[in-house]
Write a protein that binds this ligand. Structure first.
Ligand code: GLA
Length: 395
């Protein structure tokens, strides 16, 4: 059970699992019972930020917090969510509405193209993931939806197929130019392990991680569809074109190594240099971080997290002052390390700390933040959880 700070005390309602909440929302909204229940986790990325769409490695961990979808086949589409409990009746072929329902529409369209969608469905959604906190609530939703709806159509898709449907829904249908990290961890995560995902090769290496991670939310919401991620992605593509002028066969920026940095600095237009420097150094850091984790060297892992944050702050310019403040404060109070996790421009900081200092550290960082910003950061902890799964329907 994740720890919850005083700003977010569990109430009688949110102590229930998302699957139970979704089931009760379903029965009150549709006056019938669902026939399938599925849940998928959010994630924190330990390290490997903005590398997934550059062919580099990522090292995410699935959260204990999840999004649940319960559903029943029907002859039209109707969605209801715990965050906006009015039933939305949706025409899957109509233009996107620029709303959360677009993610579900995207999943349905992608499933249809694989003949794996039911003719329609009533769907209820509940989550205990914060939305807009950079913890991949969208991939939890799309991966859970892909599994629930394909089951309603009588199809059993593999984790790889579920991740692909969810990725295509977000990238091609909703139009967020994300990489494949979030959908991959939501579909493939194993309890008790982080996942080293080499995005160019498509290989997955679970790395055992039994410890606890702390998540400190900056309280600044990010909206990926707002364009910052898309803009960085364009910069990376432009940089790749420049790099190809002297490295003909280059497919991804993630193939460059620290030895290529002098050449990058010499040849690229100055504004693109720090973006590429981030990708190169982060690719190298992420592989070293996976080695440190596998060797149980958490001090070394923590140092790499802090270096990774600095690289995001200075070179990728995707951090915000609240996150910089939390990272500095956590490091100052004895954390192994901390960094902004997820796309950035808001969101949450992940903190890795020795168990014996955790309680004191979280209190001290919280009070530093309160003094600076006049509010406590919402803070909770998690261990590495498992990926998408079918849930038993509560009677
Ligand atoms: C978002 C995207 C991911 C990844 C991260 C940045 O979460 O969905 O694919 O690019 O940003 O590392």
């Amino acid at each position: 059970m994740p720890h919850i700070t005083s700003r977010e005390k569990p109430t009688a309602v949110n102590r229930l699992s998302p699957a139970r909440l979704a089931t009760s929302l379903f029965t009150t909204s549709f006056a019938t019972r669902p026939t399938v229940a599925v849940s998928a986790p959010g994630r924190v990325n330990l390290i490997g930020e903005h590398t997934d769409y550059n062919g580099g490695p990522v090292l995410p961990v699935a959260l204990e917090r999840r999004t649940a979808i319960v559903a029943r086949a029907a002859d039209c589409w109707a969605f209801v969510s715990g965050t906006e409990p009015e039933v939305q009746r949706i025409d899957i072929d109509a233009p996107m509405r620029k709303a959360w329902t677009d993610y579900l529409v995207g999943v349905v369209r992608e499933l249809r193209s694989r003949q794996a969608a039911p003719p329609g469905a009533e769907i209820a959604i509940a989550t205990n993931l914060p939305i807009g906190a950079g913890l991949s609530s969208s991939a939890a939703l799309t991966v859970a939806a892909a599994k629930a709806l394909s089951l309603l159509a009588g199809k059993r898709l593999s984790p790889a197929a579920l991740a692909d449907v969810a990725f295509r829904a977000e990238y091609h249908q909703v139009g967020v130019r994300c990489g494949r990290m979030d959908q991959t961890i939501a579909a493939h995560a194993q309890r008790g392990s982080a996942l080293l995902f080499e995005t160019a090769a498509g290989t997955l290496h679970p790395v055992p991680f039994r410890g606890r991670l702390w998540v400190m939310e900056t309280g600044v919401s990010h909206r990926l569809t707002g364009g910052a991620l898309n803009e960085r992605r364009r910069e990376c593509e432009e940089a790749l074109d420049f790099c190809r002028e002297w490295r003909g066969g280059l497919s991804y920026l993630g193939q460059l190594t620290p030895a290529d940095l002098p050449e990058v600095e010499r040849r690229l237009p100055p504004p693109l240099v720090p973006r590429v420097r981030h990708v190169i150094t982060e690719t190298d850091r992420t592989r070293r971080a996976a080695e440190a984790l596998a060797a149980g060297n958490l001090s070394q892992l923590g140092r790499l997290l802090v270096e990774g944050h600095e690289s995001l702050r200075v070179d990728y310019e995707s951090t915000i002052p609240e996150a910089d403040f939390l990272v500095k404060s956590a490091a100052g109070h004895g954390a192994y390390g901390a960094r902004l996790t997820g796309a950035g421009w808001g969101g949450a900081v992940v903190v890795l700390a020795p168990p014996e200092v955790e309680a004191r550290l979280v209190a001290e960082v919280g009070s530093d933040f309160q003094n600076q910003y006049g509010r406590m950061p919402v803070t909770w902890s998690t261990r590495a959880s498992g990926g998408v799964r079918r849930e038993t329907l509560a009677i």
